[in-house]
Design a protein. Structure first.
Length: 390
């Protein structure tokens, strides 16, 4: 039976981690999942099956978690059939050959309690008591059912049970990244009023921002060893619009200059020049940038590149930060921390490809600011993020 794990090797796309249950007769009443009643997309079902298959393929029948893992694999197979179809019947053949042990009643009860607690918490993530109840339910499910792949513990580790400010003028205070390999980074944002002054990563200075007359004048980027790697200096017109910025790369005496012209149709023409610290005169790129709501909507390079950005209609993670359009214009080429304006980036599609180069799936707090996100690069899960505001 275990040789059937090779059937999932062909599944390459990675989307959501959660496994959604369907009314598969052999499993009815035996396995409860965390997203009852929702319908999976084919991409989600493919990702779930990839995860379940990988775990099942490395778990022996003598493992204490085998019953849960085997049933999870069966559910993922059925979901794949429901969401994507099974023209050849190959997936159904694998499913029919599975002989999963029944899950204990205590495990079923614990899973049910987790579903209820999660639903209540998601309805009001600012309620500390609901958050604590969700954590307790997760801990009990781990005790009763096990947690072979560590996914329940990951949820636990990501829960911060404290009230968030429900006001509409929130500023991002922390962004906690969990990479696909489990590495965790904590970015902390510091302000003077609503002007972003610096960002630290795991307690070390990563970038700082300098202002003159309330306009962003310079961005300094630092390496992991604390040395200045590169910096940006800005120039403005009489209307306080960014008209040029120069990137100075300290290792190698390299300079990149970006000049911006504002067109009558509302677009911006940006020309990029290369050179050294003294001058940058060699034209290497030209593109048209479309801006809306302080965020980049589209890039069209004269060489043929096209990048189209889509956004949600919720409050942007960075929407209340000063000099936001300037930060976003620089971010097109350089700035590494602010990526979004009044709303939140959902996808970046390059050259019309079916799979977005970048894609983001959010959950939101009661003030409609992102609370968490799952970040994908070319369809593959790259990281999870949690957002904390002040």
């Amino acid at each position: 039976m275990k040789s059937l794990k090779i059937a999932s090797i062909f599944i390459l796309s990675m989307f959501l981690f959660t496994i959604t249950s369907c009314d598969d007769e052999p499993l009815e009443g035996e396995f409860l999942t965390e997203d009852v009643g929702s319908e999976l997309s084919c991409v989600q079902a493919t990702q779930n099956l990839a995860n379940a298959s990988a775990t099942y393929g490395t778990t022996s029948a003598s493992d204490a978690n085998y019953a849960v893992i085997c049933n999870a694999y069966a559910v993922a197979l059925q979901d794949m059939i429901n969401a994507c179809g099974d023209d050849t019947g190959g997936i159904q053949t694998i499913l029919d050959a599975l002989d999963c042990p029944a899950i204990s009643e205590d495990c079923v009860t614990a899973q049910s309690a987790t579903v209820i607690a999660e639903t209540a918490y998601n309805a009001d993530p600012t309620d500390t008591n609901l958050c604590l109840a969700y954590k307790t339910a997760l801990e009990n499910e781990i005790t009763q059912c096990g947690d072979a792949d560590g996914s329940l513990q990951d949820i636990l580790d990501g829960l911060i049970c404290e009230n968030t400010n429900p006001s509409s003028d929130l500023l991002l205070k922390q962004m906690i990244w969990t990479e696909s390999d489990g590495t965790v980074y904590t970015d902390e944002f510091f302000y003077d009023g609503n002007k972003l002054t610096s960002v630290t990563e795991n307690g070390e200075l990563a970038v700082d921002y300098v202002y003159e007359n309330d306009l962003l004048a310079r961005i300094n980027n630092y390496g992991f060893d604390g040395t200045l790697e590169d910096y940006v200096e800005t120039e403005y017109n009489a209307s306080n619009q960014l008209i040029a910025y120069t990137v100075y790369i300290t290792n190698g005496n390299e300079g990149l200059r970006f000049e911006l012209a504002y067109n009558t149709d509302g677009t911006i023409t940006e020309k990029e020049y290369s050179g050294d610290f003294v001058s940058q005169t060699s034209l290497i790129s030209e593109e048209i940038i479309t801006i809306g709501n302080n965020q980049v909507l589209e890039e069209n390079n004269v060489d043929g590149y096209e990048g189209v950005y889509t956004y949600d209609d919720k409050n942007g993670i960075y929407k209340n930060i000063s000099n936001l359009q300037t930060l976003n214009l620089i971010n097109v080429d350089f700035s590494r921390y602010v990526d979004g304006g009044q709303n939140n980036l959902l996808s970046l599609v390059e050259d019309g490809n079916a799979v977005p180069f970048e894609e983001y799936v959010y959950t939101y707090n009661s003030s409609n600011y992102p609370e968490t996100s799952m970040d994908y690069v070319e369809g593959v899960l790259d990281s999870n993020r949690q957002y904390i505001y002040e």
